[in-house]
Design a protein around this ligand. Sequence first.
Ligand SMILES: Nc1nc2c(ncn2[C@@H]2O[C@H](COP(=O)(O)OP(=O)(O)O)[C@@H](O)[C@H]2O)c(=O)[nH]1
Ligand SMILES: [Mg+2]
Length: 200
Amino acid sequence: MSARAFKIPPAQFVKSCADVRQIPKPALPEIAFVGRSNVGKSSLINSLLNRKGLAMASATPGKTRLLNYFRIGDQSCYFVDLPGYGYAKVSRSLQEEWAGFLEDYLADSKNIALVILIADVRRGLTELDMQMIQALNMYRRRFLVVATKVDKLNRQERDKLLASLRGPALSLGAEAIVPYSSTKHEGREELWDEILAHLN
Ligand SMILES: Nc1nc2c(ncn2[C@@H]2O[C@H](COP(=O)(O)OP(=O)(O)O)[C@@H](O)[C@H]2O)c(=O)[nH]1
Ligand SMILES: [Mg+2]
């Protein structure tokens, strides 16, 4: 599909689930969004859907452990907003419990078409991102990395950081690295192309 012909589909929040047994019906392919807490996950989902307040920034970061399902278009797929990991102010044991929760979803969901791992371009892949990538590989999930907040860098810094992210991410199994800015919607068409390619 050419980017010019593409129209951003309508989307609606469906439900929050405490585990995969509660996922909405009908079962549809799922595009799952993961990343460190505060990395820009909600902003990315809002930008992709051109909707300002659809995926809410949580009022109590690090405290909600839910799978948030959004239905995209005319029954074509769900976007699943997963809890952000690595929130500094929760205990180590709670952080581990979360990692377990995320891993259960990655292990058990029958419908994941693609996982989108969001990283801050300025920070690259963190230790926790690497653990996530290990889990993605273990459960044979197809994933790509979105390097977000590129608007915060000048062209030179941005090219340099993207180049240093690209090698490791591809060698760890990422199918693509997509530079993104949720404030400027930069990268939106490219990311939609990737999403649509994985739904077909
Ligand atoms: N400049 C800029 N700021 C961003 C971008 N994406 C997110 N932010 C900001 O980063 C903060 C965290 O974003 P949020 O989407 O709530 O992160 P989440 O916790 O991962 O869902 C907010 O202050 C956003 O406005 C981006 O692409 N560019
Ligand atoms: Mg959020």
